[in-house]
Design a binder for this molecule. Sequence first.
Ligand code: NAP
Length: 318
Amino acid sequence: MVSAGIAGGTGYTAGELIWLLLQHPAVELRFVHSRSQAGKAVSSVHTDLMGETDLQFSSELSAVEVLFLCLPHGKAREFLAEQSIAPGTRIIDLSHDHRLGNSGFVYGLPELNKEAIRHSRQVANPGCFATALQLALLPLARERRLQGEVHVQAITGATGAGAGLSDTTHFSWRSNNLSVYKAFGHQHLGEIKQSLQQLDSDFAQEINFIPLRGNFARGIFASLYTEIDLSLEQAMQLYKSFYADAPFVQVTTDDISLKEVVNTNRCFLQLQKHGKKLLILSAIDNLLKGASGQAVQNMNLMLGLDESTGLQLKPIRY
Ligand SMILES: NC(=O)c1ccc[n+]([C@@H]2O[C@H](COP(=O)([O-])OP(=O)(O)OC[C@H]3O[C@@H](n4cnc5c(N)ncnc54)[C@H](OP(=O)(O)O)[C@@H]3O)[C@@H](O)[C@H]2O)c1
């Protein structure tokens, strides 16, 4: 069994990850580190784990083969600098801290960087919006078909903002409500452009991204469109071929909806053609394909396992 540990243990992504690692056939979860809850039962915070584990949150790290960082932006880098982590430990960082530039981490989007992830010891797991939007655009970038502006609206559930309380995650505000935030300036645009330029070094188009807060708990549903000189059939062929080796991405012309992917590590992509415009709809679970599921997918690749190991999850459709 491969030993694993988690830092940032009381948050939402950690909660999902603990569950996935406890079920994983090749992993033993050795510790869940917490600044705030050390000594308490993990199931006293992640109450859905009652009866599943006797683990307690720890204040110390022990030596493990894989360390997951489920820490806020800016805190993962700090954590690595403060803790003495055995050289050779595989690290998967779910925060933003190592996603851009020459950080020494491989950008952990398996549909883009599978071989590099397999040979890496440090992986920067992508952002949740970034995952949904990149999976919708990468096939076009590889063929250098992104020649016009890209227009994007994407709506996220409240868990995307983490477990901490804030005005915009307060039930009285979020319930029966809808709002836009960070229009044209969302922090995930950097990693999206970086990946598109990895496939098409000339890519320089605007990505006009309007993020929305939805009044549901989890999931991201994105709609993207751009003008493109391809028929629907040609576009379908291009997407199917790009994702031929991607077990979690499904491409279709049938209508998709959020409930088909929530609680799974899958991404559903739907294509439509309207005149010159190609419309791409993309749906993921922000906490799974957008975070902890993708982190396990990356771990599987790093360990030489089938990337789907421990990730055969069922959506709650009704
Ligand atoms: N939520 C999502 O959908 C999602 C998707 C993709 C990526 N991410 C990224 O993944 C990381 C974790 O996200 P999350 O949603 O799990 O966050 P979260 O629910 O806010 O949890 C973060 C945890 O980090 C720990 N922590 C350590 N130092 C901290 C500090 N100085 N301030 C606040 N918390 C601190 C806390 O746990 P302890 O008290 O137990 O130490 C806290 O529970 C973030 O970088 C986030 O951006 C999140």
